[in-house]
Write a protein that binds this ligand. Structure first.
Ligand code: ADP
Length: 164
């Protein structure tokens, strides 16, 4: 039986950046299907609502036919079991990401031994790009063109009511 492998790329995506899009493209080229799943975390003060983040991610990833966008709450491993996926995708920018990611991957393995975390290394041109960095630079009038998809650039202009 030839079963399709569904991978899940979870994160805050507040908002999605070109670094995230790069990871999604790489993962979608390897796995049959990829779901980019946006974590709704009531304890984290997000800039964009989950619906806004979903809309931006859908627009930014529409060129990838085997990629879907979804959201989840609570434990990632519960969500993985719910959608019947055993592959978690995470992106690595620098050693500083590694420690945090390593800890989460081991915790998730403890909770769900059947689930595997796969790390994809970023393109060096996105190694300094983060959602929080993009929000801050934009807020203070810097340009983020080339670092985020066009739809995110538009949404940032609306949100902060500025044109950079
Ligand atoms: P989280 O809040 O779960 O860290 P993020 O949206 O910040 O969510 O990131 C989701 C995943 O994407 C993480 O694995 C993160 O390391 C990775 N990531 C974020 N920015 C980049 C980038 N520029 N290049 C590659 N991976 C990235």
């Amino acid at each position: 039986m030839n079963q399709k492998t569904l991978a899940v790329y979870p994160g805050s995506f507040d908002p999605i950046t070109n670094g995230h899009v790069y990871i999604a493209e790489r993962a979608a080229a390897i796995f049959d299907e990829l779901t980019v799943s946006i974590l709704y975390n009531e304890h984290k003060n997000a800039t964009f609502s989950v619906d806004e983040r979903i809309d931006m991610a859908r627009e930014a990833l529409k060129h990838l036919p085997n990629v879907k966008v979804d959201s989840f709450q609570g434990l990632l491993v519960d969500y993985m079991r719910q959608v019947k996926s055993r592959v978690i995708i995470r992106g690595l920018r620098a050693m500083s990401d590694f420690e945090y990611e390593f800890q989460i991957a081991l915790m998730n393995r403890q909770l769900a031994p059947e689930v595997e975390t796969f790390f994809i290394v970023t393109d060096p041109k996105y190694s300094y790009v983060s959602s929080s960095g993009v929000r801050e630079v934009f807020h203070f009038g810097g340009t983020v063109q080339g670092l985020v998809p066009d739809c995110v650039f538009k949404k940032l202009s609306e949100k902060f009511n500025i044109k950079n």
